[in-house]
Design a binder for this molecule. Structure first.
Ligand code: IMP
Length: 178
């Protein structure tokens, strides 16, 4: 599929499923090496990161605890900057090595706020793994340790990412047609 229509917008294929899987495997391999000797907690930031998290764990061969949080900051195709926690965390971070698993870092406000909030629980370490970043849009001081793709300032959907709740089930990533 080279283009898809979601509600009022058209999206064109930007990253195919094969190239996404290649990057996910590369990141999973790096995490296997980096955390081989350490107790690891992976926190999936819902909804967008559910596919990245699932595939990441599929390719990991070390033991890890998994947890999920749900936050919302986007309306349509715009980040509002205001983070609402829709579903909280039900595990302690204290003394654990933590990786926040995110679909995309755009302005970085979501990750910056979560990192600040979670640091209060004194984890042994806390890092970010994100499938995508938009370096041109970054406003907060966030430096993800693991990044799949750096992309330009385009609104994208697919592989977990949505436009108004549509597009999450696409296996590739599609960019909005201007
Ligand atoms: P940030 O706080 O601006 O970094 O935004 C991060 C959140 O906004 C992500 O977790 C996504 O849910 C959403 N987001 C940012 N860019 C896109 C995009 O291009 N498509 C879909 N969702 C996006």
């Amino acid at each position: 599929m080279h283009s898809v229509q979601l509600k009022d917008k058209t999206f064109e294929l930007y990253l195919n499923a094969e190239s996404i899987q290649k990057e996910v495997i590369r990141i999973a391999t790096a995490i296997n090496q980096d955390y081989a000797q350490q107790p690891l907690l992976l926190i999936c930031v819902l909804n967008g990161a559910f596919r990245f998290m699932g595939d990441l764990v599929t390719h990991m061969n070390i033991e890890a605890e998994v947890a999920f949080i749900k936050v919302a900051s986007y309306e349509g195709t715009q980040s509002t900057g205001n983070l609402t926690e829709v579903m909280g965390l039900n595990t302690s971070l204290t003394d654990k090595h933590v990786i926040l698993v995110e679909d995309i870092v755009d302005t970085g406000f979501t990750m910056a706020q979560l990192l600040q909030k979670f640091s209060e629980q004194k984890p042994a370490s806390i890092e970010v793994a994100t499938l995508l970043t938009k370096p041109e849009c970054l406003k907060a001081d966030v430096q993800p340790k693991y990044v799949g793709f750096e992309i330009p300032d385009k609104f994208v959907v697919g592989y977990g990412l949505d436009y108004d709740q549509s597009g999450r089930t696409l296996n590739g990533i599609y960019a909005i047609k201007q």
